[in-house]
Design a protein around this ligand. Structure first.
Ligand code: C2O
Ligand code: CU
Length: 484
């Protein structure tokens, strides 16, 4: 059948176009929200070692209708990896899929050869063991596959996990008991057919497959039982192409406490937080005893964006309902100040420009053997990113956390004035980002930058940068492994 063709584990770089029609099951918001387990680790000569096994499985989005899926160490999603700044970690990855995969550590400062980019394929049955020393502030990062041409499929089938970094700089007062008052929330749009299977259909919009069922930690219509006065939600938009615009159904104010790469300077009160694919925000919401409130993604203001494309169709979606217990354990007050975010000195910075158009960055799609940019290890750079299309893209850089300086000349709102690794670009947006380039020189393995609308990424909307000691190096490489 068409659905079986779509889901067959092949490396075809385009998904079947004969997709089944979407079926949107009714959900009752009664299922308890599952919390991904914390990954077990062991110490091996001072190195914290985790094991990940990407594998195929079955997952029920609709009760009684098991869907073909993929997960790390299980049938869907993956455990939360957790380590502290300064620790050395190693991730032993054993590929139990029938296809090559990679595991990319999104948002991590680490050597390019450990970053799980598309060059670093792990063949079926093979093992990879990236290792590095955690060298960045407390943050909610994530990991996912990056095999060139099939990222959308592997990611959408469920290969997604969080990587939480701790440090000793974080102030008291923030909820931090995992699964008690501090919850990961992996949000994905799901396109299901009448058999409860995931389907892929990119027709009719610019953003790839869009689904109208919303999964929170893998469950449609989940409920979070709140037992404390305040809860922290670590939101990840793990959709392939859908933008979310999160808020609460009653319009209540909540606080954004962290962006992609760590805590903000101070909590920022908002009623909405928009996340494009791959972006994260940590929020803290206060609850009254006995009340219920829906976390919702709201249709954004469309502005000049084509409604068919805008944020993947621009409508409201209920995500997870928060139900507070009749009595709530007290939570400490939110601290008034968090991290100190040093302003990067950009006056002498090297400036580069990136124009996004169609599936091109600076007029071409990716070539694994072409070096697009060469940067000097540890230097500070400013990148100007320009979306010339009438629909949205976003932009992610591997190996760094950056600061968004301005969008169309205007400084960003306070809740995104922190560390970022992915930014949205609406039609016509010109954004400037500043970053300290990776501290690891390697003239052979490049880092990627790309659009994180994964169907665009699969179609080649990526580029590569090398980091070298002095900012010079080869203009071509011969990368083995995956071919474009
Ligand atoms: Cu999360 Cu290269 O991506
Ligand atoms: Cu794009």
């Amino acid at each position: 059948t068409a659905a079986a063709t779509v889901l067959a584990p092949t490396l075809a770089s385009t998904l079947s176009s004969c997709a089944a029609p979407e079926d949107v099951p009714q959900v009752g918001f009664g299922t308890p929200l599952p919390v991904p387990p914390l990954a077990e680790s062991r110490l091996d000569g001072g190195v914290r070692v985790f094991s990940l096994a990407p594998q195929a499985g079955k997952h029920e989005f609709v009760p009684g209708k098991p869907a073909d899926s993929m997960g790390y160490n299980g049938s869907y999603l993956g455990p939360t990896l957790r380590a502290a700044r300064g620790e050395r970690v190693r991730i032993d990855i054993r590929n139990q899929l029938g296809d090559p995969t990679t595991v990319h550590f999104h948002g991590m400062r680490l050597p390019a050869a450990d970053d799980g980019g598309p060059h670093l394929a792990i063949e079926p049955g093979a093992t990879g063991s990236p290792a590095w020393t955690i060298d960045q502030p407390a943050a909610t990062l994530w990991y996912h596959p990056h095999p060139h041409g099939s990222t959308e499929k592997q990611l959408s089938l469920g290969l997604v996990g969080l990587f939480v970094i701790d440090d000793d700089q974080s102030p008291g007062g923030l909820p931090h008991a995992y699964g008690v008052d501090d919850f990961p929330l992996i949000v994905q749009d799901r396109r299901l057919d009448a058999n409860g299977q995931l389907t892929f259909d990119s027709s009719g919009n610019s953003l790839g497959t869009l689904g109208s069922s919303i999964a929170a930690n893998g469950v449609l219509g989940a409920t979070l039982a709140v037992t404390t006065q305040r809860v922290r939600l670590r939101l990840l938009n793990a959709s392939g192409g859908r933008w979310f615009n999160f808020g609460f159904a009653d319009g209540r104010t909540f606080h954004v406490v962290a962006s992609d790469g760590g805590l903000l300077a101070a909590p920022v009160p908002v009623t909405r937080v928009q996340l494009s694919p791959a972006e994260r925000a940590e929020i803290v919401v206060s609850m009254a005893p006995g009340e219920s409130v829906m976390l919702r993604s709201f249709a954004p203001e469309l502005g000049s964006v084509n409604p068919a494309d805008a944020f993947g169709g621009g409508r409201d979606f209920d995500v997870v309902r928060l139900d507070a217990a009749a009595t709530l354990a007290p939570s400490p007050a939110l601290p008034a100040a968090f991290a100190v975010i040093p302003a990067l000195e950009v006056s002498g910075a090297h400036i580069r420009s990136f124009t996004l158009n169609g599936r091109n960055i600076n007029n071409h799609t990716v070539d694994m053997n072409r070096v697009d940019e060469i940067v000097k290890k540890g230097s500070t750079e400013v990148w100007l990113v320009d979306n010339t299309n009438a629909y949205q893209h976003n932009f992610h850089v591997h190996g760094v956390q950056f600061q968004l300086l301005d969008v169309n000349g205007t400084p960003p709102p306070a809740h995104v004035r922190g560390w970022k690794d992915t930014i949205p670009l609406l039609p016509g947006d010109r954004s400037r980002i500043a970053m300290r380039m990776p501290a690891y020189a390697d003239a052979k393995v490049p880092y990627m930058y790309h659009c994180h609308v994964v169907t665009h990424e699969d179609q080649g909307m990526m580029g590569q940068y090398l980091v070298t000691e002095d900012g010079t190096g080869p203009s071509s490489l011969s990368m083995e492994g995956m071919q474009h």
